[in-house]
Design a protein around this ligand. Structure first.
Ligand code: MN
Length: 290
């Protein structure tokens, strides 16, 4: 059985002490074991209150973030590269202090539409920062997983194959890959092969529909996704990610282009998604037995 989680923005648009507590409680009530908190500003996160909320509900935590232009480690602006390294280092410390093991997302560059390809110098800056952050993360018991996202959100890695090559360039045992079906549905030619290709480096999975709403109501091939995860024996976190104008974080929602109301009832959405994912996992395991 995999460890199923959900993204914090299903439950709350803010992650101060009260907002985080609400997300932890609702995530647990919907039946999830793990909550992924968007840690866009790790310096502002209340670790003490966060730890208490997690303990109360027995919830495992993971953290994700996307760097900004001001913290872009894969650019040529030395101040931004240094600021990005500080932010990632703090994010590692926060997730470690919360007892979590995964820092994921677009942690290798600015999450935004770029208007030019990454430069060789910029790429190299990012690789060098990630190696240092990965060293620090190793000593903190945290693993890094780089999320492959679509062309409108990064110019570094848009496909699993690019991600595998990039992780190879970094060449650090503590840096793996994070795949997301929403992004794969845009960039890959199928949903089965990329998971098989990435088997050796896959550390984290996002399950999202093509419109990022209710699972099973869009065009993502979840049958192929769960068959592939079973085939490679993936046993890491599987995290439901969904966004609607019903729950908004002013910064993150605008960066992701959340302009539509895909749902109003997050309790129903979250329970439906967990049943959907468990059902797919159980179905492919049953098939594999016969
Ligand atoms: Mn994602």
């Amino acid at each position: 059985m995999s460890q199923f989680g959900s993204h914090g923005l299903v439950w709350s648009g803010r992650f101060d002490a009260d907002g985080f507590r609400t997300a932890v409680r609702m995530n647990a009530e919907a039946g999830y074991d793990l909550l992924e908190v968007p840690l866009m500003d790790p310096f502002a996160f209340d670790v003490t209150a966060g730890r208490a909320a997690l303990d109360e509900h027995g919830t495992t935590i993971a953290a994700s973030l996307g760097l900004s232009a001001a913290t872009d480690i894969s650019g040529e602006d030395a101040d931004a590269v240094a600021a990005g390294e500080r932010l990632l280092t703090r994010a590692v410390d926060v997730i470690s202090e919360l007892g979590g093991e995964h820092l994921v997302g677009v942690i290798y560059g600015a999450m935004r539409k770029h208007d030019a390809p990454a430069t060789a110098r910029g790429r190299q800056n990012g690789i060098e920062v990630l190696r240092r952050v990965a060293d620090h993360a190793s000593s903190a018991g945290v693993s890094l997983a780089l999320e492959v996202v679509n062309r409108y959100e990064t110019n570094i890695i848009n496909t699993a194959r690019q991600g595998i090559a990039y992780v190879g360039e970094i060449g650090h045992a503590n840096v793996g890959l994070h795949l997301d079906t929403y992004h794969m549905n845009i960039e890959e030619s199928g949903l089965f092969e990329p998971f098989l290709d990435a088997a050796d480096v896959l550390r984290y999975v996002h399950i999202g529909e093509s419109h990022r709403g209710y699972l099973g109501t869009g065009t993502v091939d979840f049958d192929a996704t769960f068959r592939a995860l079973a085939r490679i024996g993936y046993d890491g976190p599987i995290v439901f990610e969904s966004f609607s104008t019903a729950v908004v974080d002013a910064h993150l929602s605008n960066t992701l282009g959340v302009w539509r109301n895909l749902w109003d009832d997050n309790e129903d959405l979250g329970r439906h998604a967990l049943a959907f994912m468990r059902g797919h996992e159980r179905a492919v395991e049953t098939i594999a037995l016969h």
